[in-house]
Design a protein around this ligand. Sequence first.
Ligand code: FE
Ligand code: ZN
Ligand code: FE
Ligand code: FE
Length: 162
Amino acid sequence: MKLDALFLDTLKDIYFAERQILKALPKMTKAAQEPKLKEGFTAHREETQGQVERLQQVFEILGKRAQGKTCETIHGIIEECEELLEKAAEPSAVRDAGLIACGQAVEHYEMARYGTLIAWAGVLDKKDVVALLQANLDQEKKADTLLTQIAGSVNPAAAKVG
Ligand code: FE
Ligand code: ZN
Ligand code: FE
Ligand code: FE
């Protein structure tokens, strides 16, 4: 397999994952109690819509049809999140702590994928593709940092419950 084929496969993986995340975020927003967490998930859903569009631009630049490829990883992360929402439904501070953990698992997976895709697009000499992927990566990093900040108040509240 050539590296450009592996790149395309991985692009399809993150394209699939982003669209699953788009579907999962409203559920996470609904389950969140802390207003900052709700707002963060809502804002990131909007960003995710834009990320999907950037990925479609990448497919277009490559002259390929925008097409997802089943990502078992994102299915697994979302499944664990749903499990957590059942197990840790109450109290809400603990549920929020769990939701932050879910969100950070998602962001870290995305960061791993975009980091790799950017490195490969770089060596394949696709500068416009790098710029689009970098814009997505920057948003994932920001989302992750925001979750860490929110955890700074949610985790101590969760620890006090009980
Ligand atoms: Fe994303
Ligand atoms: Zn995957
Ligand atoms: Fe994985
Ligand atoms: Fe994200």
